[in-house]
Design a protein around this ligand. Structure first.
Ligand SMILES: CC(C)(COP(=O)(O)OP(=O)(O)OC[C@H]1O[C@@H](n2cnc3c(N)ncnc32)[C@H](O)[C@@H]1OP(=O)(O)O)[C@@H](O)C(=O)NCCC(=O)NCCS
Length: 430
């Protein structure tokens, strides 16, 4: 008898089956052999919202939610945040190893040379209303790049793929900055290839009439660290969308737009925007206890708290808290920080939150820093989408190279009517 296996007895038939256990999972397809007769389709698994289903094998990101561990390609997130630049981490996520010095120079060069967007794409952006949400503009413009680079649909050509990866990582800050300038009615600023990734982004956001933009190095580094923290998070909602759309072999621009659309939801990347709204609604530190009591009474959720995977302090939230300190030394304190700290203090001592293992997640503090850096809440999810593009692309590439993957197509349990006769309209009653 194989040791690393399940021995299943089907009580309907008394038949028994040995199902191998592979890396602490059973293959759902192994259950298909469990049938009551020749006509039976075979047993399926039912797992709404993928609570207990691995949809792929991945070597990119490791999370241990109970212990609060996050690693990219084996490296702890705090070491990467402390010692690397975002583009170095992007290379690591995509290619599996940290770059050598010459690899990093080439990589930066490749990304930097794809920061411009076509003038027609710029005009496309101009078509949005003055008050369009930046995330809607971002998603649509990334999708529109698909029309500019039709060769990108050739997803099985590794060289073509790499070219689109350079383009996407290079262009997403430009598109993001243009959505911001559009919402202010300011002229767009072209990329400056002398600058680093975060600095150039800041240049495109905030340069006015000065001949050369000089970013504050503390703020540029804080933004780069935020980018590192948001670069990948294994099989989250938007990454699952990236893989699912990619599995139909859509081009990477369309896949990225679809993933960004998922990210825009308030339960995913939109949460940091909601955190700031919540802090504004609370208004002052003394109103925190009443707000928490209201949540416990079942009125809404504490935004920026709780996570599907982390049942411990989100390791990214710790680093963000540290980065917030650096930023506030330069910009002065954001008054919302006081409310946030009080919320965290009370919630972490409260039975309701302790029992449910609800801790601050990455979004709890990121919005406060973004605001201190000068961003409006509408921009927050766009700021998340820039670095997450790297994670999406790494996961997309891994999916395409995985011989086990096919077009993603779940099953369902049908709960509708059995076959019934068509009813003509005059017989359907009033
Ligand atoms: C992230 C999130 C969607 C995870 O959801 P999930 O894994 O499906 O967790 P559940 O919704 O099953 O929550 C389990 C319990 O905790 C409660 N809960 C979860 N998050 C909560 C929050 N932020 N505030 C208050 N209660 C919360 C749920 O009501 C539920 O309570 P119950 O068992 O009494 O019904 C959820 O925690 C949430 O909506 N958080 C706020 C939004 C947010 O910050 N998102 C960013 C994620 S990075």
């Amino acid at each position: 008898m194989e040791k690393n296996a399940l021995n299943i007895v089907d009580e309907r038939t008394q038949a028994s089956y040995v199902i191998p256990i592979y890396k602490r999972t059973v293959r759902a397809m192994d259950l298909r052999q469990i049938k009551t007769g020749a006509e039976d389709f075979g047993l399926m698994t039912y797992d709404p919202a993928f609570l207990n289903t691995a949809s792929c094998q991945s070597a990119i990101t490791y999370i241990d939610g109970d212990k609060g561990i996050l690693r990219y390609r084996g490296y702890p997130i705090d070491q990467l945040a402390e010692k690397c630049t975002f583009l170095e981490v992007a290379y690591l996520l995509l290619f599996g190893e940290l770059p050598t010095e010459s690899q990093l120079i080439d990589w930066i060069d490749n990304i930097t040379h794809h920061t411009m967007i076509h003038e027609t794409t710029k005009r496309f952006l101009e078509g949005f209303r003055y008050n369009a949400h930046p995330m809607g503009m971002f998603i649509s413009t990334v999708a529109a790049l698909s029309t500019v680079y039709p060769e990108s649909r050739n997803v099985h050509d590794a060289e073509v793929r790499l070219h689109q990866i350079h383009r996407l990582i290079g262009k997403v800050p430009t598109i993001a900055a243009y959505t911001y300038r559009h919402s202010l009615g300011f002229p767009y600023v072209y990329p400056d290839n002398d600058l680093g990734y975060a600095e150039n982004f800041m240049n495109m956001l905030w340069k006015m009439v000065e001949p050369k933009y000089h970013a504050n190095p503390v703020l540029a580094r804080a933004l780069d660290i935020l980018f590192i923290l948001h670069a990948d998070h294994e099989q989250n909602c938007s990454t699952n969308v990236m893989r699912a759309v990619g599995s139909a072999q859509a081009d990477p621009f369309l896949c990225t737009a679809a993933a960004a659309a998922a990210l825009s939801g308030p339960l995913h990347g939109g949460a940091n925007e909601e955190v700031l709204r919540m802090l504004a609604e609370i208004g002052s530190k003394d109103r925190v206890p009443a707000y928490i009591a209201n949540i416990k009474a079942g009125h809404g959720k504490l935004m920026g708290f709780g996570h599907r995977v982390y049942k411990n302090y989100d390791p990214r939230a710790k680093i963000i808290k540290w980065a917030a300190d650096q930023v506030f030394q330069t910009t002065g304190k954001n008054p919302k920080l006081e409310i946030a700290l009080e919320l965290e203090r009370i919630a972490l001592e409260d039975d309701y939150f302790i029992k449910r293992k609800l801790y601050p997640n990455v979004d709890f503090y990121s919005g406060i820093i973004y605001q201190a850096l000068g961003f409006k809440p509408e921009m927050f999810t766009v700021l998340f989408a820039i670095p997450r593009t790297v994670g999406w692309l790494a996961q997309w590439q891994e999916m395409l190279e995985d011989p086990e993957q096919k077009i993603a197509r779940p099953r369902q349990i049908y709960t509708g009517h059995d076959a019934r006769e068509f009813v003509p309209i005059e017989k359907r009653g009033v």
